[in-house]
Write a protein that binds this ligand. Structure first.
Ligand code: FES
Length: 154
């Protein structure tokens, strides 16, 4: 069940648009801000609020890679796996991170600190390899840089 705060925030978004459906991505983002991810139950609650089917909301949620439909860690690492980053060594960085954190793509560390996800081009090909942690962008990555970056996130 959505909280009163979530419902109020979604209602405020709905007011900005001619049709409630248009606020779908905003509603998903609001719920994710509150809960870190969007469960099936939340998808159904959003659908009811917007006059949509749960399938329609789920279709939108799964289209956007940054709407998380499964529980995630406190910090999300998005590693670019597109062409420039691949050429510039993304695979060895991913293997290093994966070994260090003992998780593979889509998994979360046992302490809930990190989730690693693949991501298509982050728009920083000139400075590949690149990744994001939460909303922070990092580029020209090296293994040494990765160690220093991870230490910033608890
Ligand atoms: S290919 Fe990685 S940032 Fe574009």
């Amino acid at each position: 069940m959505l909280s009163v705060e979530e419902i109020n925030e979604i209602q405020n978004e709905i007011k900005q648009y001619p049709y409630p459906k248009v606020a779908c991505i905003d509603a998903l983002k609001i719920v994710q801000q509150h809960r870190a991810w969007v469960s099936d139950e939340s998808v159904s609650d959003i659908a009811e609020l917007l006059g949509m089917s749960a399938e329609e909301v789920d279709g939108i949620a799964t289209f956007y890679s940054r709407i998380y439909r499964q529980p995630v860690g406190r910090n999300i690492i998005l590693i670019c796996d597109s062409v420039s980053c691949m050429i510039m060594g993304y695979e060895s960085l991913y293997e290093y991170l994966s070994k260090k954190l003992k998780i593979r793509f889509g998994e979360t560390t046992s302490d809930g600190r990190f989730t690693i996800l693949p991501n298509s081009c982050l728009g920083d090909c000139d400075n590949a390899p690149a990744m994001m942690v939460n909303n922070d962008h990092f580029n020209r990555l090296t293994i040494e840089k990765l160690d220093e970056i991870l230490d910033r996130y608890k």
